[in-house]
Design a protein around this ligand. Structure first.
Ligand code: AHR
Length: 525
């Protein structure tokens, strides 16, 4: 078996990995909001003001930093005024993208902000450019964030909320190249600048505005947005009129018509999914290169506000509801994405997996009949990676990792990333090899290791997944496959596994922080 070494210089911390790359996304789609988060106050399911208590408790345990809402495609059909005031008097609308169902608007602005407060998450509101107006956008942010007796603040109070909320993140449209208006980027940049202007900072609320960005490898879209900024070389001023651009990429093994099955797949499809997931590394690298040309000081953030697996829906479920199971393969898709985000922490300031409950690559699945809640393998990756939130990225130099040619791309079968904070460090490792275990020698330099703890996420089968009948089929456990040899740690990675090693490190030798980071002072903390 080849010797795999991972060299990590613990005394050379790089840019901060924003906790916001562990962000989430909740759309009015299928059973994400209704049945997932929202059951209503009269439900038998234990709830807090209509919001499922068990869902909130599970999500609090992974530290959800921000939640994007109300879409997705739905956002560009959504008119926020329909979702305020007494619930039984709210107008209805057709959710034309997702199942063509009638939406009764019972979950609106107040319910969403209540959810964010329960989760301890920052609000990321996706504003409607596709079918909304500048005035709607302007009124919404005033309604949410203004404290005085302005017209919108007065309306908010009349609807039962005295104090303004904080809204740090605001999306300007969604997929403007598709469901958000089928616009050309040249057309969209003017709209993005105009809507950004009217998404105002009220009182001490500072909004970080994110313009709808590229699909996959559409570098022209990113380049055109970058050209549209006010001059970016003006001393310490933040980027204007918006502060970030987004990027969307979904992992699937088939076509959009037949995306591949969530739980029935061959070993070839295992590798194909992981190879396609690893494309995220190239996407963020190349979009960042385009951005660097216009913004070498890295004032503008790259926000990957939709990512994850997109499989065929579970048999017997409504095609427009995007309900899919979630296996060990999905967990490794997630870990590979996080490695890419950590490596590009200087540019990727935020990311949102699609979506939190019952839709696409969810953290949580709920049973529509029994109400039972299941944590997915992907949930466990988020939990195991909590130590990376707001920690300083560390480079991991991997040598000797086996590779496999898949779909015209070279897939490294071991993926890793690391971070440090104070007297601890966290190393995350994924073994993408479907059949073979590997031993990685961690060569930890620059500071002394005084303790270590490892956990592993794996299961006998590649398609192992959790169900109400077997909720712990894929769950983390303590890993004792580590041997210490001086300053080297030999870590056994079981086949198809995800593993984290938490290190206690001495405080003696502190290095000089890297100067290559992004302008962190320009991003909400
Ligand atoms: O996440 C599901 C959908 O995928 C979103 O609504 C849309 O933005 C994307 O195409």
């Amino acid at each position: 078996m080849a010797t795999i070494t991972a060299v990590v210089n613990l005394d050379l911390p790089g840019p901060t990995i924003s906790r916001h790359v562990y962000g989430h996304f909740a759309e009015h789609l299928g059973r994400c909001i209704y049945g997932g988060f929202w059951v209503g106050e009269d439900s038998d399911v234990p709830n807090v003001r209509g919001i499922r208590r068990d869902v909130v408790d599970a999500l609090r345990a992974i530290g959800v930093p921000n939640l994007r809402w109300p879409g997705g495609c739905f956002a560009d059909d959504y008119h926020w005024e329909d979702g305020i005031g007494p619930r039984d008097q709210r107008p209805r609308m057709v959710n034309s993208h997702w199942g063509d169902v009638v939406e009764d608007n019972s979950f609106g602005t107040h319910e969403f902000m209540d959810l964010c407060e329960l989760l301890g998450a920052d609000a990321y509101i996706s504003g409607n450019i596709g079918s909304g107006s500048v005035r709607e956008m302007s009124d919404w942010i005033e309604y949410l964030t203004r404290a005085d007796d302005s017209p919108m603040a007065t309306l908010r109070r009349a609807n039962g909320r005295d104090e303004p909320w904080k809204v740090p993140f605001w999306g300007l449209g969604n997929e403007a190249w598709g469901c958000g208006g089928n616009l050309r980027v040249e057309q969209f940049v003017s709209l993005a600048r105009q809507y950004a202007t009217y998404t105002r900072d009220h009182a001490d609320n500072r909004v970080y505005r994110i313009a709808a960005g590229a699909h996959e490898d559409d570098y022209h879209w990113t380049e055109t947005l970058m050209r549209s900024f006010d001059p970016l070389d003006q001393d310490d001023r933040p980027a204007t009129p918006f502060q970030a651009v987004s990027l969307h990429y979904y992992t699937r093994t088939g076509s959009w018509a037949e995306k591949g099955k969530a739980t029935e797949f061959s070993t070839d499809e295992w590798y194909l999914a992981l190879s396609r997931a690893s494309w995220m590394e190239e996407l963020v690298a190349r979009h960042s290169t385009v951005m660097d040309r216009y913004d070498p000081a890295k004032k503008v953030g790259l926000v990957v506000d939709e990512w994850g697996t997109w499989w065929d829906v579970e048999p017997g479920t409504e095609p427009g509801f995007l309900y899919q199971q979630n296996t060990l393969r999905d967990a490794l898709v997630a870990s590979v994405h996080f490695d890419a985000f950590h490596r590009h922490a200087d540019r990727v300031v935020m990311a949102n997996i699609a979506q939190t409950v019952n839709v696409l690559q969810a953290m949580i699945l709920t049973d529509p009949e029994s109400g039972a809640l299941v944590l997915t393998p992907t949930y466990h990756v988020f939990e195991m990676n909590r130590g990376h939130h707001d920690a300083a990225a560390l480079d991991v130099h991997l040598k000797g990792a086996p590779e496999k040619e898949v779909d015209g791309r070279t897939l490294g079968l071991v993926s890793a990333s690391a971070s440090t904070r104070g007297d601890s460090a966290l190393v995350s490792m994924s073994n993408l090899d479907a059949a073979g275990a590997h031993t990685v020698t961690l060569d930890l330099r620059g500071r002394d290791i005084t303790g270590h703890r490892a956990r592993v996420l794996t299961a006998p089968g590649l398609a192992a997944h959790n169900t109400a009948a077997d909720p712990g089929a894929v769950a983390p456990s303590v890993h004792d496959g580590i041997r210490v040899r001086g300053s080297l740690l030999e870590v056994e990675l079981p086949a198809h596994s995800y593993l984290t090693v938490e290190l206690d490190i001495d405080a003696a030798r502190i290095g000089v922080p890297s100067m290559s980071g992004r302008r962190q002072d320009l991003f909400p903390g």
